[in-house]
Ligand binder design. Structure first.
Ligand SMILES: NC(=O)c1ccc[n+]([C@@H]2O[C@H](COP(=O)([O-])OP(=O)(O)OC[C@H]3O[C@@H](n4cnc5c(N)ncnc54)[C@H](OP(=O)(O)O)[C@@H]3O)[C@@H](O)[C@H]2O)c1
Length: 286
């Protein structure tokens, strides 16, 4: 192991962001990965022991209870993972002096702005997912000094589990679906997990100012726009049809308009360019 490289403890190394971080950053950092097979995010004494043992200079947390529906159904678990875990990590960051990197979400905002949300906008969550993630943001800001909180929006990118929107749709196509009905009325800033990880690498390598940042590929799009563009680019023989999110079962209140922009850092490339790169990757693996 190269002694000159900084050590990262990556919590959630098997997820979408975790995978991208590994693929973009493993040459420049020593990465110790944790996931549900070897990490207990509810046991804060265990977490402190891991920190004492590994002595990381940077801890990246991607563990969360994701999505609006699961959080509405189990708010107590959502609070533990999305607020209490970041709180514990913030306290450990202050105690052991590591840099804490945490990922948050556009779902902290309500839909009233009708424009891009920046770091200057005050969150006002509509659902348990947004409320618990916002709690996590507040606790880190209150308790840690050396932190980056990156608010990101709907992601596309490699994930083995294919359990999130874009990859779930691609899975359906692989299984023979010829028609995808997708909501046109949920609008955000689609982002490529690889671009998010590259930006994080830039922040860490250049010791950028600590704080909260919005990171997204430039522009905004509906879930329908994203899948339509992917299907066209991959030249898939399928029909992508406009629908409303109200056509599908859901819990709680959905966020419908939360595109992100930063006033503090440059945007990632436009979302269509990022999708083209992702499709080039998909061409290689399918
Ligand atoms: N994906 C999006 O569209 C999106 C949008 C906005 C914000 N975000 C935020 O970005 C962050 C990362 O999202 P992601 O898409 O990378 O998530 P993901 O693909 O669901 O990955 C989550 C990671 O956390 C681990 N994990 C989950 N529950 C765990 C538990 N109880 N114990 C131990 N490990 C656990 C998973 O390990 P296993 O594989 O072992 O389960 C996996 O490595 C989250 O904070 C999320 O709120 C994501």
């Amino acid at each position: 192991m190269d002694k000159g490289l900084k050590k990262i403890l990556l919590l959630g190394d098997t997820g979408k962001v975790g995978n991208a971080i590994r693929s973009v950053m493993s040459k420049d950092f020593i990465i110790i990965g944790k996931n549900s097979s070897n990490f207990d995010p509810y046991n804060f004494k265990f977490i402190e022991n891991v920190v004492q043992e590994e002595k990381p200079e940077i801890v990246i947390n991607t563990i969360a209870m994701m999505g609006i529906d699961p959080c509405e159904l189990d708010p107590a678990k959502a609070f533990l993972l999305n607020a209490m875990l970041p709180k514990a990590l913030a306290e450990l960051s202050a105690k052991y002096n590591f840099v804490l990197v945490h990922f948050s979400t556009d779902a902290v905002f309500n839909d009233s702005k009708h424009d891009f949300y920046t770091e200057a906008d005050t969150p006002s969550p509509l659902n348990i997912y947004g409320a618990t993630k916002y709690s996590g943001d507040c606790l880190i800001q209150a308790l840690a000094a050396r932190y980056y909180i990156f608010r990101i929006s709907v992601l596309f990118g490699y994930t083995e589990k294919r359990n999130q929107f874009v990859e779930k749709m691609l899975q359906k196509v692989d299984e023979g679906a010829k028609l995808l009905r997708i909501s046109k009325d949920i609008i955000s800033s689609p982002s490529y997990s690889i671009d998010i990880a590259s930006k994080l690498k830039f922040f860490l390598k250049n010791n950028e100012k600590y704080g909260l940042y919005h990171i997204a590929n430039e522009g905004k799009a509906s879930l329908f726009d994203i899948m339509k563009y992917i299907a066209e680019y991959l030249r898939k023989d399928i029909v992508v049809e406009e629908a409303s999110y109200l056509d599908f079962p859901f819990s709680g209140i959905k966020n419908t308009f939360t595109p992100l922009k930063s006033m503090k850092t440059s945007p990632l490339r436009p979302w269509k360019e990022a999708i083209e790169d992702y499709c080039k990757y998909l061409f290689k693996v399918i």
